[in-house]
Design a protein around this ligand. Structure first.
Ligand code: SAH
Ligand code: SF4
Length: 411
């Protein structure tokens, strides 16, 4: 199916993403995944319900979809039995299709997902002792071509819809079995209320660090995260959500004001020369502009610091001098910051090597001694290619024919 225009790839700098609505379904029904309460009321009104009914039903359906994870109208027990087939005739509650689910020896899980119009993208779940982080994709591929990033080498790029973004979180909750149980009527019961805290849950945090640049798909990312943060939706606190950008300066203030989640910035270099090379967007929005935007980021404070991601590339950006310059810049702009040092995850054909562990340690010490937290991120899920920057769908790693043969053999 080719019912959607693919995003053009105009070059390494500042691409214009193609706005995209819900993919039309062959059976004419509307997929409600990713639809806001306001839109739900409109859809029900257009389908013939009077305004009062539309509002009431929207409220119920919204709750069942996003808070309870229900995918079948028949399970919506507080909606009249006769009303349920009426809904099922007109609407569906979809999920991204799972093409492949992989489990790493370290507990990391990776899913290869497919959109209704046949584009593959990935999602990763990383369990830790005190938290479980879901790494969510915002685009199929990425237009930005950072030199060290495998996703940036994908040819096919399109924005994911709000439904495809929130659908990832829904799918993860399905897979982890983490939907609140019981009837809606019991929501206020003390017993049921226990289900609503993050205590004991596996999925506690979300990072927009999968495939793609979230600030080049602002509207859909915002719509999806609004539902994720909504107390009547997935009810995840904005303090547990982090959006990572490679530095789309003009969208940063809006991200803070309109979404309000934690900010991570992929800095990776402290000089124009090196950042121009490894993050080509730097030619458009330079380091000074980027750090000025960070200093102005709404909601940043010592309690909610900005994370600077720094991929450690051997002999490229990992010297003592680089570390000292990083500290100087953070202090110059007065940034409430922490630094995340990411040892480069190599992939076939990459132009860089990983810094030695001693180099990473020394770099971390210099930053830490200046009073800035600088943990080294341990690569997770390496055996299933789930680590940072390795997301590039199996569709492109293996040929389609190869996978069809595998599927046939499995069947
Ligand atoms: N596009 C956004 C978010 C997705 S990338 C961004 O660039 O911030 C998530 C993080 O993984 C970024 O910090 C990115 O620079 C890092 N990354 C990409 N490729 C990597 C690799 N091969 N090794 C280590 N980190 C990588
Ligand atoms: Fe895109 Fe981020 Fe990869 Fe750069 S690091 S190519 S912005 S996904």
């Amino acid at each position: 199916m080719t019912d959607t225009a693919l995003m053009s790839i105009p070059g390494p700098v500042d691409p214009v993403p193609v706005a995209r609505d819900i993919t039309p379904r062959a059976d004419g029904r509307v997929d409600l995944m990713g639809v806001s309460m306001k839109r739900l009321i409109e859809l029900f009104g257009n389908a013939g319900l009077d305004p009062k009914q539309a509002k009431l039903r929207a409220k119920q359906v919204y709750h069942w979809i996003y808070h309870r994870g229900v995918t079948d109208f028949d399970a919506m027990t507080d909606i009249a039995k006769t009303m349920r087939p009426w809904l099922a005739e007109r609407f569906v509650i979809g999920r991204p299709e799972v093409v492949e689910a992989q489990h790493s020896t370290d507990g990391t899980r990776k899913w290869l997902l497919r959109t209704a119009d046949g584009h593959d993208f990935e999602m990763v779940f990383i369990p830790d002792a005190d938290r479980g982080t879901l790494c969510v994709s915002s685009q199929v591929g990425c237009t930005l071509n950072c030199r060290f990033c495998h996703t940036g080498t994908m040819k096919l790029v399109r924005n994911l819809t709000a439904g495809e973004i929130v659908g990832q979180v829904m799918l993860a909750r399905d897979a982890l079995g983490e939907w609140p149980k019981g009837s809606m009527a019991g929501l206020d019961d003390a017993e049921d209320a226990g289900h609503y805290s993050s205590d004991g849950r596996l999925l506690t945090n979300i990072v927009m660090m999968g495939m793609g640049e979230p600030l080049y798909n602002f509207d859909n990312v915002k719509a999806a995260l609004r539902i994720v943060m909504d107390g009547d939706g997935l009810a995840l606190s904005k303090r547990r959500i982090t959006l990572s950008t490679s530095g789309v300066v003009p969208m940063m203030a809006r991200a803070g004001e309109e979404i309000g989640v934690n900010l991570a910035v992929s800095l990776h270099a402290v000089t124009k020369e090196i950042r121009d090379e490894i993050v080509p967007l730097n030619k458009k929005y330079g380091i000074d502009e980027l750090l000025t935007a960070c200093a102005a980021y709404p909601g940043a404070s010592n309690a909610r610091r900005i994370t600077f991601e720094y991929v450690m590339l051997k002999d490229k950006n990992d010297s003592d001098e680089d570390a000292r310059e990083l500290v100087r810049l953070i202090k110059q702009y007065g940034l409430p910051a922490k630094v995340n040092l990411i040892p480069f995850n190599p992939w076939p054909g990459a132009a860089y090597e990983t810094s030695t562990p001693e180099r990473v340690r020394r770099f971390s010490e210099i930053v830490f001694e200046a009073g800035i937290s600088a943990p080294v991120r341990t690569p997770r899920g390496r055996d299933i290619d789930a680590a940072c920057g390795q997301l590039r769908t199996a569709a492109e790693k293996k040929s389609r024919a190869e996978r069809d043969r595998e599927a046939a053999a499995a069947a």
